[in-house]
Design a protein around this ligand. Structure first.
Ligand code: AGP
Length: 594
């Protein structure tokens, strides 16, 4: 779960590497480093953020280099453990994202053969293995080294005196960016958008040689052509545009995201993808598999699909799904992943396919691993999401799920027409929330003073409560738990007192009266209540300590507006606490390890 880059071209490599690395910090930022091939290999690395290392490093000569920003998995964050890692002679530099599971065994063998190690990392065996196998051809040495490796890797390798980079991947993402007289390697597209939007995605076990004039990719030794993709994102989309944080910018982009996603799906409610081709077994149930925020989108999707299609839906965490037997007969599977690179979701997809299921992927990233392995892909139009906390991609996933369910719905035409109208008004409705956020800000700042907070909801807003709690805990470090409102009295009530606020998501649906009772019960235990209610609701205001009024929307769409409110609540709580909002500690944007 790190960011890697490589550059070869007609510019000094150092500033390019640093710029690309800064854009990859959402993948990890506990240390970073670069190696530039000029007069020998210049290595600069430390337990610093990219911006700090930039200030410390002198100008290095050389137009070829590799860089790395780390999220430590093997060996604590330190200068020695930061990448790049070198071989004994200091001629070969390697950056790596992934995990080498047999590194201890390899390290022992190499030590016995006279190699000397300087770090606690698994990665360091790679430059030493490449050194061992090097007989004048770098790509052959890399291929031989990789045969010894068990685990996952995306690597970029540089050798002094050779005007090329060697890249390879297995179970970790890696792209090649095509420029004019310059080429790039990177873990992800935003890294290179300043320079090019032409991208080639490496496939599993590809090994490539990149020079400043081209790339050659081999699979099992044979040269293979990989398609070039034009990425529809601009570099501006990957910048803060005057906002204090990417998260705030991304929250404010949501009206546009909903609009673009709907435009992309068409004017009329009609199938955007051929789900029928996946129904060959006579579908009787559906399965959604995802992690984190995307899992919460799946839980909302369950309510939507069960209501509009009248079909039972199971929602599974990918990280759990992979570890117990599954009954999947006559089940249609949908995996949801913003990045398209989440290791658990990818593993679940492969497992589903091994069991004969067709898999539809909902993802935000064109050309991502999931889009290449799924049988069908439905893209969301969120644009690049940089902040580790998912916001606009969650809303875009919800819009995709609404559209999909509506296009296969058994609901009557009048209801669907009303829903379509509400859906089309959603950008304006969300804009109203964003334009009236001062009350939300006050509540967020109030919550910043507490250490434990519950979020409760019922029905389709229960997953919204889960998502609200996840958002708050990940960026503000306040302990937050999402609960189904009716479950509080089955245990968590023991924790309620004046120091444990409860955020209640109240919808004017069939859960309304039950929620009012729950709020009454909470107030009796002395806990402060912040309630999200529909504009005009009077009853909750009499009980709650704070009320946040949200615009009315058709009941089934309330998760969208309520989620936007909870995103802002989390943001302002974290801001008040002075947290590093876009890059919360210990977290990375794409979780490419199990
Ligand atoms: C939440 O804000 C996180 N970014 C995280 O829970 C995320 O949703 C999860 O890691 C899954 O990511 P994916 O959608 O890219 O698969």
């Amino acid at each position: 779960m790190c960011g890697i880059v490589g550059y070869i071209g007609n510019k000094p490599a150092q500033p390019v590497l640093f710029k690309c690395l800064a854009r990859l910090e959402y993948r990890g930022y506990d240390s970073c480093g670069i190696a530039v091939a000029g007069n020998g290999i210049d290595l600069q690395k430390d337990r610093l953020r990219v911006g700090e290392l930039v200030k410390k490093v002198p100008l290095l000569e050389g137009m070829t280099g590799v860089g790395h920003t780390r999220w430590a998995t093997c060996g604590e964050p330190s200068a020695a453990n930061a990448h790049p890692h070198l071989d004994c002679s200091g001629c070969i530099a390697v950056v790596h994202n992934g995990i080498i599971s047999n590194f201890q065994e390899l390290q022992q063998q190499l030590t016995d053969e006279g190699h000397h190690f300087l770090s606690q990392t698994d990665t360091e065996v790679l430059p030493h293995l490449i050194e061992k196998y090097y007989q004048g051809n770098l790509e052959e040495a890399v291929a031989a080294a990789l045969k010894d490796i068990e685990g996952s890797y995306a690597i970029v390798v540089l050798r002094e005196g050779e005007s090329k980079l060697v890249v390879a991947r297995k179970d970790s993402p890696l792209i090649v960016g095509i420029g004019d007289q310059e080429n790039f390697a990177a873990s992800d597209v935003p890294a290179i958008l300043d320079y090019t939007n032409r991208v080639v995605y490496l496939e599993e076990e590809d090994i490539g040689v990149i020079t400043n004039s081209g790339i050659e990719i081999r699979q099992n030794g044979s040269v293979i052509r990989r398609k070039e993709h034009k990425i529809p994102w601009s570099v501006d989309e990957a910048q803060k545009a005057g906002y204090e944080h990417f998260m705030l910018k991304e929250i404010h982009e949501q009206p546009r995201v909903i609009r673009d996603t709907l435009i992309g799906y068409g004017h009329e409610i009609a199938p955007i993808i051929d789900l029928e081709s996946m129904r060959d077994t006579g579908t009787e149930a559906m399965l959604f598999v995802a992690c984190g925020t995307s899992y919460h989108a799946g839980l909302v999707g369950k309510c939507i699909f069960e209501e509009l299609l009248g079909i039972p839906v199971r929602v599974e965490l990918a990280s759990e799904f992979n570890y117990y037997p599954q009954t999947l007969a006559k089940t249609m599977s949908i995996v949801i992943t913003q990045s398209g690179e989440t290791a658990d979701t990818i593993k679940a997809t492969r497992r589903l396919q091994e069991k004969g299921c067709h898999v539809l992927a909902i993802t935000n990233v064109v050309g991502s691993t999931i889009s290449r392995i799924a049988d069908l892909t439905l893209y969301t139009q969120a644009g690049p999401e940089i902040s580790v906390a998912s916001t606009k991609s969650f809303i875009a996933e919800l819009v995709a799920l609404y559209w999909l369910a509506m296009s296969y719905s058994i609901a009557d035409i009048k209801r669907l027409a009303d829903m379509l109208m509400t859906l089309r008004q959603l950008p304006n409705t969300v804009q109203q929330v964003l334009d009236n956020k001062s009350g939300i800000k006050q509540c967020g700042e109030y919550l910043a003073g507490y250490d434990n907070i519950f979020f409760i909801g019922r029905g389709i807003n229960y997953p919204v409560a889960l998502e609200g709690a996840l958002k708050l805990k990940e960026i503000s470090y306040i302990h937050a738990e999402g609960y189904a409102a009716g479950e509080l009295k089955h245990g968590p009530f023991a924790l309620l007192d004046k120091d444990t606020p409860v955020v209640a998501v109240v919808a004017k649906d069939n859960t309304y009266e039950a929620m009012l009772n729950n709020i009454r019960e909470i107030k009796t235990r002395g806990a402060p209540v912040i309630a999200l209610v529909e504009n005009g609701d009077e009853s909750v205001g009499e009980m709650a300590d704070f009320v946040i009024s949200v615009p009315k929307v058709g009941l089934i769409f309330s998760p969208i507006v309520n989620s936007v409110v909870l995103q802002l609540l989390a943001y302002y709580a974290a801001e008040k606490r002075g947290c590093p909002i876009d890059f919360p500690r210990n977290l990375a944007k794409s979780v490419t390890v199990e």
